[in-house]
Design a protein around this ligand. Structure first.
Ligand SMILES: Cc1cc2nc3c(=O)[nH]c(=O)nc-3n(C[C@H](O)[C@H](O)[C@H](O)COP(=O)(O)O)c2cc1C
Length: 179
């Protein structure tokens, strides 16, 4: 038996899933935690983003969803490149910092962490889980977010560590699987 089923229509096309219900359901889903970054020097910008995933391996491409009101978006569009820095279990402070929780904005956010660069010139976070340095291939806009398609130009994998994830409204990391 299936309990608590919620439909999104009654056969009439009428939407029944409100945003609070959606958010409560989505809050249960574990997502990766990344810092999306672009620019150089005093023109660097970065945000914490969990809506980032693989798109294809031939060619190597990823998706990243960035709010249309985010300060980084015009810079990604102008630079035509960005990095996706997947964080590990020791980097929740960086995730909070780049989510604006420390009230630090713009290039000053990069005062935390060791940042270098690879192929595109976008900032890449040393000692993170894994980094994808991307050219902006194309973009699809939803009403609230830009869905960015990044073609991966370089990858940095330095540490054998566990992924930082976001689930239940807090940062966590997956337990090891013993088979
Ligand atoms: C766990 C977590 C995940 C987030 N994921 C995204 C995301 O996928 N896309 C996005 O645009 N913002 C996301 N945000 C919100 C941005 O990090 C936040 O709005 C940031 O402060 C925007 O930077 P700005 O103030 O410089 O525009 C996320 C925040 C948190 C805490």
């Amino acid at each position: 038996m299936v309990a608590n089923v919620m439909n999104n229509s009654e056969g009439t096309g009428a939407a029944r899933v409100d945003s609070l219900t959606f958010r409560a359901a989505m809050k249960k889903v574990a997502t990766p935690v990344t810092i999306i970054a672009t620019g150089t020097g005093n023109l660097r910008h970065g945000i914490t983003a969990s809506a980032v995933c693989s798109l294809s391996d031939q060619p190597p491409m990823i998706l990243a969803c960035v709010n249309l009101n985010s300060t980084i978006l015009p810079h990604i569009r102008a630079n035509r490149c960005f990095s996706a820095n997947f964080l590990d279990e020791d980097q929740s402070a960086l995730a909070q910092h780049f989510a604006g929780m420390t009230k630090v904005y713009g290039p000053e956010r990069f005062n935390l962490g060791n940042w270098g660069h690879l192929a595109t010139g976008s900032p890449v976070l040393e000692n993170s889980l894994t980094v994808f340095d991307c050219r902006l291939e194309c973009e699809y806009d939803s009403p609230t977010h830009a869905v960015l398609v990044g073609r991966v130009e370089a990858i940095l994998q330095e540490r054998a560590s566990r992924a930082l994830v976001y689930a239940g409204g807090q940062f966590s990391f997956p337990a090891p699987i013993s088979l």
